[in-house]
Design a protein around this ligand. Structure first.
Ligand code: MN
Length: 717
């Protein structure tokens, strides 16, 4: 059985003593934490983390990754916390373990198969440190190797997830040794019979081809030697899944796939690669159109190599890959080759921010790309693939939604459907109620709570990040404003019409139609909207409608001069509060419920409510048609701001006292500012939110009871 001593021996090849000691310590800790737990095979559980660490050791990963491998199931399966791990093994290792645990918690259900792509990105986005993914891949690899006697359906589910997610991530990161093994193990779990058949066929074909392979290999090698080119030629085998895919997807017969002879030539430097290419093209004729230069233009995951196909003896195709040793390491280990390399050098890598190192790796790719002089698209591709700036969120049904960084529940709601966005009132993030403005994080499950009749809120515009949410909210608010303006316009017009003893309902339809045509308006609502918004006067409109109706209506003959008089509809308009966007409150005099008020129809804004003694009204009174009498409803829920100006004797702690008194009186402070008059006297400028005039009076009375308080004035601006 493989033991920690065996592992320590292997680590001696590339890690210093004290780091190996730390890996050992992590092993003993895991052994104790998992004490009493066994794997399905009956072995002690700790054999699993040990094997995972061993896989990472093959890639020469650093000691922190190995420690994280040892501890990777400790948070999930035992009572140990992240903090406890941080105290024992440092922040970096604890972060790695926590990252791996988070990936373990989200399981990819069958129903999400169509979203595999998003799931991959989510895994990437959740792994701030690229080592988290590498440890997770090693973990999955060992689990796949030991699938053993699981129920076939469960086996298939895990294998499908491995194939769709983890093998592809390994491919994306260029870690091909792991990708290939994951693919073959998954294939064998999903299609055990087909895998077995192909395996046997490959073995048979290999036997038949052995002498041909040897013959081609030695003639290639001989040509290199003759031309004084250093390089070693090795035969290449296709793995099971790639054979199956060729048969299945490209409908090629097995014989044709096995008909191709594959070789790889490894050499010292890039120059030699091209020289060797020349030499083999000299030996066998190249197949036109099959040459690919991935050295000049690397693949997105960093893969570099020359590929060519030759006509071999008696026309059989020979595929040749030519690359340097570094490129070979990159082809096998991808991003992990980084550690493989550094370890071989005398200068050891500093174990900080491996994410930064991954970025460096990408930058290396970009550098290559710049030399190759290809499009920017490549750069974007690599960046987005490896480090998506998006967040990935589960719906309650397990679907995955992709949203930009910083997106909130409101963005999510609008992404699902405009109606859901418009009627959302709250949300649950991972089953807990949360404010709609909370920025979302990858891997969270989000549930939107809606209410019929709910409306979008203007404040949402402050935190939504998606264009769709923004424009939908604006649109909803606008149509809300329109419907309110129409309502208000109807009230104003009916009120004006009542002084002519008629109303919109009583008016003959053709009068209205005629006026609409004259004003070039499409319908009644458009007319009412312009009245509600104050761009058209209700009284003048009423007069024209009434005049027209009088001339054609004999019943109305009783009022031949059509002069306005007081009718049953003439009461003041009632202010219900904030729900109406066609009514706003003047900032000059800050009217409060209970104050005598008067409305002014202001161009495009609807009715602006002023206190009846507001100085600004003096000039507005010249145009009495624009003034509307108003009264407060007695069911107003909203709070209103009111500015106060308070003279106080300068004294330590007075402001705090003021503030707590106001809060105790159920009012909120919106703004507070202090002007010092002199050493003795200060002026406090305060804006507080109150329910109305009576509420304010109560607060002022309490303030007067404080010591050191002078005059209190309700200020106007
Ligand atoms: Mn595990």
């Amino acid at each position: 059985m493989f033991t920690i001593d065996d592992l320590a021996d292997r680590l001696g090849g590339y890690l210093p003593m004290e780091e190996i000691q730390q890996v050992r310590r992590a092993f003993y800790y895991a052994e104790q934490a998992h004490d009493g737990q066994t794997r399905r095979s009956g072995e002690p559980y700790v054999t699993h983390p040990l094997a995972v660490a061993n896989i990472l050791a093959n890639m020469h990963m650093d000691h922190q990754s190995l420690m994280a491998a040892m501890l990777h199931d400790v948070i999930e399966d035992t009572g140990v916390t992240k903090d406890a791990l941080a105290a024992q093994f440092g922040e970096a290792v604890a972060e790695l373990v926590d990252g791996v645990s988070k990936l373990t918690q989200i399981t990819f259900e069958d129903k999400a198969v169509a979203q595999a792509e998003n799931f991959q990105k989510m895994v990437m986005a959740m792994s701030q440190d690229i080592r988290v993914i590498i440890v997770k891949l090693a973990d999955r690899l060992h689990n796949m190797r030991t699938l053993g006697a699981l129920r076939p359906d469960k086996k298939r589910r895990i294998a499908r997830e491995t194939l769709e997610i983890y093998a592809r991530i390994a491919g994306r990161l260029g870690i091909n040794t792991i990708r290939v093994e994951l693919e073959d193990l998954s294939f064998q779990a999903i299609h055990p019979m087909r895998a077995e058949r192909i395996k046997r066929a490959v073995a048979r074909a290999r036997g038949n081809r052995r002498s041909t392979m040897r013959q081609i290999q030695s003639s290639l090698q001989r040509r290199l030697d003759e031309d004084d080119l250093t390089g070693s030629v090795v035969g290449r085998q296709k793995h099971l899944l790639s054979i199956y895919r060729k048969m299945h997807d490209q409908r090629k017969p097995f014989a044709e796939i096995m008909d191709v002879f594959g070789f790889r030539i490894i050499t010292d430097d890039v120059d030699n690669c091209y020289r060797i290419l020349g030499a083999v093209h000299n030996l066998y004729k190249p197949v036109p159109g099959r040459f690919k230069d991935y050295i000049a233009i690397p693949k997105a995951n960093g893969y570099q190599s020359l590929h060519t196909t030759l006509f071999g003896p008696s026309g059989m195709p020979i595929e040749v890959q030519i690359r340097t040793r570094e490129m070979e390491a990159m082809a096998n280990n991808g991003i992990a080759a980084h550690w493989l390399y550094k370890a071989g050098q005398t200068e050891r890598p500093i174990a900080v921010g491996s994410h930064a190192r991954a970025r460096e790796w990408v930058r290396g790719l970009l550098e290559m790309q710049r030399h190759a002089g290809d499009s920017l698209e490549f750069i974007e591709h690599v960046k987005n693939d490896l480090f998506p700036d998006d967040v990935y969120i589960f719906t309650p049904k397990g679907d995955i939604m992709e949203l930009p960084q910083g997106a909130t529940a409101v963005d999510f709601a609008y992404t699902v459907h405009t109606d859901i966005g418009n009627s959302c009132i709250a949300c649950r993030i991972d089953r807990h109620l949360a404010p709609l403005s909370t920025p979302l994080e990858s891997g969270q499950t989000l549930e939107i709570i809606t209410a019929p009749g709910a409306r979008p809120n203007l404040a949402w515009l402050n935190f939504v990040v998606t264009a769709k949410a923004r424009s939908a909210i604006r649109h909803a608010l606008k149509s809300q404003q329109r419907s309110e303006a129409i309502q208000l316009g109807r009230r104003l017009l009916n009120r004006a019409l009542s002084s002519f003893d008629t109303s919109l309902e009583k008016l003959p339809a053709e009068r209205l139609t005629a006026l609409l045509a004259e004003l070039d308006l499409a319908n009644e609502d458009d007319l009412l909207e312009t009245i509600g918004l104050g761009t058209r006067l209700a009284h003048a409109t009423a007069k024209r409608l009434a005049d027209a109706s009088l001339s054609g209506d004999e019943d109305a003959a009783g009022s031949p001069d059509a002069s306005p008089h007081t009718g049953p509809h003439t009461g003041p308009i009632v202010i219900n509060g904030s729900e109406s966007m066609a009514i706003s409150f003047a900032r000059c005099c800050h009217p409060l419920p209970g104050d005598p008020v008067i409305g002014h129809l202001s161009m495009g804004k609807g009715i602006v409510v002023h206190r009846h003694d507001c100085g600004n009204l003096d000039e507005l009174r010249d145009d009495p048609d624009k003034l509307v009498s108003l009264t407060w409803s007695n069911q107003i829920e909203q709070d209103f701001p009111v500015p106060l100006r308070i003279e106080v004797e300068t004294r330590r702690g007075l402001i705090a006292e003021l503030a707590s008194l106001i809060t105790d009186a159920d009012a909120n402070i919106e703004r507070i500012g202090i002007e010092e008059r002199d050493a003795r006297l200060s002026i406090v400028n305060l804006t507080i939110l109150v329910k109305g005039r009576i509420h304010l009076a109560r607060i002022i009375k309490r303030l007067r009871n404080l010591n050191h308080i002078g005059r209190i004035v309700r200020a106007r601006s």
